[in-house]
Design a protein around this ligand. Structure first.
Ligand code: IMP
Ligand code: MG
Length: 200
């Protein structure tokens, strides 16, 4: 059971101290799970050149940590393969609501693996996948750190999932509320006061 409030000894992000309701996934647990996902991915994709595509901005922490683990495993394997990276940016949210409008910017190579922050309805990922598939990649696999259990889900499931999370608005570990909280280490639930404080 993760702690129900940010432990003062862990919460280095003092500027957010009064904004959080609770820690849902502490940073150490994120790292442990990500290491395991890297192992699963290498097992499935080992031997193939991987183009890792990061979905910015919310996916940057997960992407960087996942790739570090993949790199370490890759270096220690007998069928070590090249790993290249690309970045794409998508935006659909304002405050804590989806805007029904998925904007995609950047990305100049195809992906064999997409690194993603969170899948809520699945609409962002489905939009992205249909764009990627137009380029006929050999294989596309999606890794998402979080999948939300929500009745709004389209039914879409990524190939690799870190955690299933409750239907609440989450921040931290690169997930934002109007661009704030990306610099928070743990994945947390905001309190009511913070929703107002950072509303646009
Ligand atoms: P979907 O298109 O409904 O799957 O929403 C996915 C996108 O919405 C993610 O890439 C995030 O940018 C954003 N999002 C959804 N839920 C959350 C959340 O709890 N916290 C922060 N961003 C979220
Ligand atoms: Mg966002």
């Amino acid at each position: 059971q993760p702690p129900s409030s940010p432990p003062p000894s862990l919460c280095t992000d003092i500027h957010y101290e009064n904004d959080l309701d609770k820690v849902i996934i502490p940073h150490g647990l994120i790292m442990d799970r990500t290491e395991r996902l890297a192992r699963d991915i290498i097992q499935d994709m080992g031997g193939h050149h991987i183009v890792a595509l990061c979905v910015l901005k919310g996916g940057y922490k997960f992407f960087a940590d996942l790739l570090d683990y993949i790199k370490a495993l890759n270096q220690n394997s007998d069928k070590s393969v090249p790993l290249t990276v690309d970045f794409i940016r998508v935006k659909s949210y304002c405050n804590d609501k989806s805007t029904n409008n998925v904007k995609v910017i950047g990305g100049d190579e195809l992906s064999n693996l997409a690194g993603k922050d969170i899948v809520e309805t699945g609409r962002t990922m489905q939009t992205l996948l249909s764009l990627l598939n137009e380029c006929n990649p050999k294989m596309v696999k999606v890794a998402s750190l979080l999948v939300k259990r929500t009745p709004r889900s389209s039914g879409y499931r990524p190939d690799y999932i870190g955690f299933e999370v409750p239907d609440a608005f989450l921040v931290g570990y690169a997930l934002d509320y109007n661009e704030y909280f990306r610099d928070l280490s743990h994945i947390c639930i905001l309190n009511e006061q913070a929703r107002e404080k950072y509303r646009v």
